[in-house]
Design a protein around this ligand. Sequence first.
Ligand code: CS2
Length: 456
Amino acid sequence: MRLSAANLSALPASVARPGYDRDTRGVGIVHFGIGAFHRAHMAAYTDDAMASGEGDWRILGVSLRSPTVRDQMHPQDGLYTLVERSLEGSKARIIGSVADVLVASEERERLVATLAAATTHIVSFTITEKGYCRAPDGSLDLALADERSAFAYLAEAFSRRRDAGLPGLTLLSCDNLSGNGAQLRRLMVEYLGAHAPDLTGWFENECTCPSTMVDRIVPATTNADRIEIEALLGMRDEAAVVTEPFSQWVIEDNFAGPRPAWEKYGAQITSDVHAYENAKLRMLNGAHSALAYLGLQRGHEFVHQAIADPQLAPLIDKLMRDEAATSLTPAPGQDVSAYADALIDRFKNPSLNHRLAQIAMDGSQKIPQRWLETLAFHKASGQQCPSILTAIGAWLGHIRGDNGVVDDPMAETLKAAWDAAGKRGIVVALFGSDGPMASDWVSSDAEQEQIIAALK
Ligand code: CS2
C-alpha cells in the first residue's frame, strides 16, 4: 500500500493527518526547488495555517531539473510524512499543504499559468545557492540563467500579470545567502534587463522580495529511513522527510499581497532579518562547513561524529564564538552565546545521521557567506581567525580530491587551479583578486602559511 489521499483513513491513529479538507483549498503559493528542506520547513508552517482555518494556501511544487520528487509525490496526491527525530523518539505527521509537484520543462504552460493566476500571491524558493546563477562577482551569469533557472518562467508570468492588470507577487527566497531577498531582486532585475526590459519597472513597482532566515536541519532521506517510516505508517511513503525538532523562520515584513499568518505558527515577522541571517550563516552554516571538510579529512561520516571528536570540538567552538559571533551586530535581545550552545546540542543529535558529504557539496557557493565575510570583517582590526583558516585548508584538500569525487558546480575550475598553482600557490590562485573565489578578504602571507600548514 502507498500513501495517498484515498489511503489516509488507513493510517494508525498515532500519525497526525492534515486537519482540513484539502480538496476545498486552492493553490496560493508556487514553490521552486521542492526538496526535503522545503517540505520540512515552509510547507509545515503552511499546513499549520490551513489546519487553523486559513484558506487557499496550497503549494504547487516545482522542480527545475530532476523528476525524482514529482515521481515520488504525484502518485501520493502531494502527501508525505514529516518525521521529527530526537533522543526521545520520533513524531510523525502527514503534511497536506503540497497540492502537486511538476517538472518545469515538462509542464511549462501549467507552471506559467499558475504563476500568472490571480489566486497566486507568493512564489518561494529553495533552489540552493547555485540556483541563483551568480557569476563569481555576484552578478547574474546570463548563460547559466538561460540554461536552467526560475527567471524565464517568472518573466513570462510577470508579462501576463501586467497585461491582465493583476497585482504583483511576493518572491520569497528561503536559501542560505546573505540578504537573500535583495540578491533575488537584483538578479531578477538583471535578468529582465537582458530579456524583457519593458517589465523591469512593473517588477520593481509591483513585486517585493522579503529576506528570510530559515533554519532547520534536514538530512537527505535514506532508504533505511523509508523502511522505518513504512513500519510506522503501515504503508510506503516515497516522499517522507526526516528532520530535527528545532525550527526557526524569520521573515522580513515586506509582502506585495496577502500571506498566511505564519507568525501564529512559530515564524517571526520582523523589519530586520539581517542580524539573524548573518548569525545563522556565519555560526551554524560556518560551523557546519568546517565540520564537513575537517570531519571528512578525519574519517568521519556524520555531523554528530565530527562534533564528538575531541580534536574538532574546541576548534568548532572557537569558530562560532571567537570568530563568527564577534563579527556580528546582534539585534536587540539576540543572544549569540546561547545560540552557540544550542547549535552544539543540535549538531550532537545522533538520531539524524546528517552526512558530512551532504554539507560538503557546493563549497564554492557556500564559503563566501559562511567564512569569507567573517574573515573580511576581522581583517580591518587585525584579529586572527585560526579556526576558519584551518577549515579553508581542509576545503582545499577536499577540492583537490582527497575525499573522492567533488560535487560542486565549479569543480573543474577548482581542479584546474590546483593543477596550475600547486600547494604553494593555491590560496592566491583561488582567493586572490583574480581568482574565482575573490572577495573582500585579502589573505596575508601569514594567513596563507596557516592555511597551507592545515593542508594534509
Ligand atoms: C547545511 C545546511 O547542507 C548545508 O550546507 O549547512 O543545509 C543546514 O543544515 C541548514 O541551513 C540548517 O538550517
